[in-house]
Design a protein around this ligand. Sequence first.
Ligand SMILES: *Cc1c(COP(=O)(O)O)cnc(C)c1O
Length: 413
Amino acid sequence: MLAKPLTLKDALDRDAADPLASLRDLFELKPGTIFMDANSIGPMPKAVRQSASGLLDDWVALRRRGWSNRQWLDMPSKLGDALAPMLGAGPGEVVVCDSTTVNQFKAVSHCLAINASRGVILSQNGNFPTDVHVLQALVEASRGRLTLRFIDTEDEAVAAMDETVAVAALSHVDYRSGERWDMTRVTDAAHAKGILTVWDTSHSAGAVPVDLNGSQTDMAIGCGYKYLCTGPGGPAYMYARKEIADAVWPALAGWMGHADVFAFARDYAPHPGVKRFIAGTPAVAANELAAPLLDIWPRIEPSKLWARHKSLTDFLIALLEQECASLGVEVTSPRDHSRRGGNVSFRSPGAGSVVEALIDLGVVSSFRKPDAIRFGVSPLVISHQDIHEAVARLKRILAEETWKQPKYKKVSV
Ligand SMILES: *Cc1c(COP(=O)(O)O)cnc(C)c1O
């Protein structure tokens, strides 16, 4: 029996039944634009304008005391606690600081120091370049002590776990294909061989289920400015199990990770737990742009947000196939939501030019060579109606071959 084709009414019905539909009212959105480059930057909370201008006023009026007004010292922990439920972590287990790149260095160095008798770092060929570059520089600095082992698939990762491996530094979701790995399965396999794990959850946190505590991973890091909305270039996060955090000093020690910051002691004494990984002064202005998240994330039940992401992306995949398959579109993201990250990827004729033409029609997405289009679905603001409209605009571009116009030849990545 053929399933009934999906229509605009199905989109509106799904939105009407959605318990989180009003979340989008918390964000400032550009009318007419459907922003689905969510893996590049999340939507802006309306409250950001007020908190940013308050910061500027305080800067002029109070100088240094303006900082004190802003709880600047506690923001890494406050923001970490606000994000923790989305990561499957508890209070005091996450700090928000620095960039993903810097936190990758801190996390992997930490695990290498704990597993100091072993010399292999395991990672993915398809891991995000900056994550790999950090590992390569650690190998370079080790003067022959460390080596890198690359694998492609989850099964290969499990098979590659042996007693030579010190740490597995892996991405939870492949940034290109959008495939999500089974964090618990891989972490279990690592632990069975005494290997520590560092997961990068940049493309899963805030969109799909992440369960750091449940998976028993040792550490995790990830990007704040994607689905989590910490703002342009906003701070990243870092998670560590307490025993792991406390096992050794951080490789990048600083006064903000001291057990008693304002003792101004000459000698370093690490703060217990994950706070020891806060190296220097928090990025006060960036944290201020992220401050509205303190009120937003804690009010969202993670399982409801993940269910909404499933509903939106299932709907998107079904519509892409229904409307655009005959025009050459082929969905490459896994069908099973438990294997998908935040975005849906598909192949399309003229992919790069199609993405440019979509921008002119108010749909912002992203292109990855050679022929992939990614629709990043932020479950905070995207509606089923948006999805329906975005696919309709895509179909128009493909059917009318608008993308072949010379002005869409120049493609940005
Ligand atoms: C976006 C992203 C990063 C970005 O790292 P920065 O330090 O912010 O440049 C790192 N890793 C992954 C997997 C990402 O998706």
